[in-house]
Design a protein around this ligand. Sequence first.
Ligand SMILES: *Cc1c(COP(=O)(O)O)cnc(C)c1O
Length: 415
Amino acid sequence: MTRPDPPRPSSTRPDPAAEDAAAPRDDTRLVHAGRAPQQHHGIVNPPVYHASTVLFPDLDTLEARARAPFDGVYYGRFGTPTSFALEQAMTELEGGHRAITTSSGLAALAVALTAFTRTDDHVLIADSVYMPTRKLCDRMLTRYGVRVEYYDPLIGAAIGTLIRPETSVVFLESPGSLTFEIQDVPAIVQAVRARQGDRRIVTMMDNTWATPLFFKPLQHGVNLSIHSATKYITGHADAMLGVVVADADTFQELKTEAVLVGQCAGPDDVYVGLRGLRTLSVRLHRHQESALALADWLQRQPEVRRVIHPGRPDDPGHALWRRDFAGASGLFAMILEPVPRQALQAMLDHMTLFGMGFSWGGFESLLLPANPATSRSATVWQEPGQLVRVHAGLEAVEDLIRDLAAGFARLRATA
Ligand SMILES: *Cc1c(COP(=O)(O)O)cnc(C)c1O
């Protein structure tokens, strides 16, 4: 199978760590970050602490810890050595200051957005964001008097023209959910900085698609990198988990907000997140390879109008993706030629390997029909055919192609 212009493996991409020959590469960090076996009887993995109450030996200790409740163990909700381990690993991988863990990716987004917005603030949100992010902005931030404005994700440096004196947050997600637009992150960050007056403007990015391995927002000047660790980091479709990695300018306020609203993650979910991280690199490279192979095959099917995958040279976002990203994960989309609903149904209802459902990033392949037109306001989505999001799982790609081919045969027979 010919594969167009395969991305170079992340290890051959310019790596900031490469400048310091002694700094470990990402694959090494994934294995060792957030672990200290000799502190736990030599046991390889950190223990799962189930905790609410933390006992203080004396009044002096209680008072000292109360003065710095984010530094060390204080109360279960503030974090445990289990959550600190995942936070430390994610911080190291993305070159941050510190991180927080939350009960889901959406909770991570909510904490980040509410922490840095006040009544009468103005926020700029990419028009291609994950739909629940849009709902959070439209239904919650507006309730507290925040003005929400959506911008064309491809705006680049022209974001500067949208900045107002009261702008407090610029939110990015790249590639965009469902439609996979690649944003010019460095240009946006630079333009925001140039327009920043006395008032700090916090830039934040949903980095779930790339994971810390394929993109590092903080190294491009973004203040906060937000993850649904539910997806690739956990990697097995068996936990809900969020992580926000913060720089030194934003961590204190972020953590304060998380504690204020009671955000924390369950210890077992944190544990499987941390366990998933150890194998992220091998899984992600396989997801990438299979997704490119599927995209290549799909593009050649007459029923497919267009494949949207930034790792393909014909994709409008390819040049930016190639400049900034170290790889592509396993999630992309195809747009079918217009067909009656029964034809789509004939295809989707009888897949044997591809499941149909929300989320992604687990070991299994998924197909999900979606309509981006309903979650746009600054741009217009006008593709005539059905968009189907594809998650390439870890199955043998030949078997996945056979499943898709049978699906298209059913679609054709019904159309
Ligand atoms: C799934 C997802 C989220 C939300 O994560 P949950 O863990 O499901 O709450 C946020 N952003 C993106 C891009 C997602 O795909």
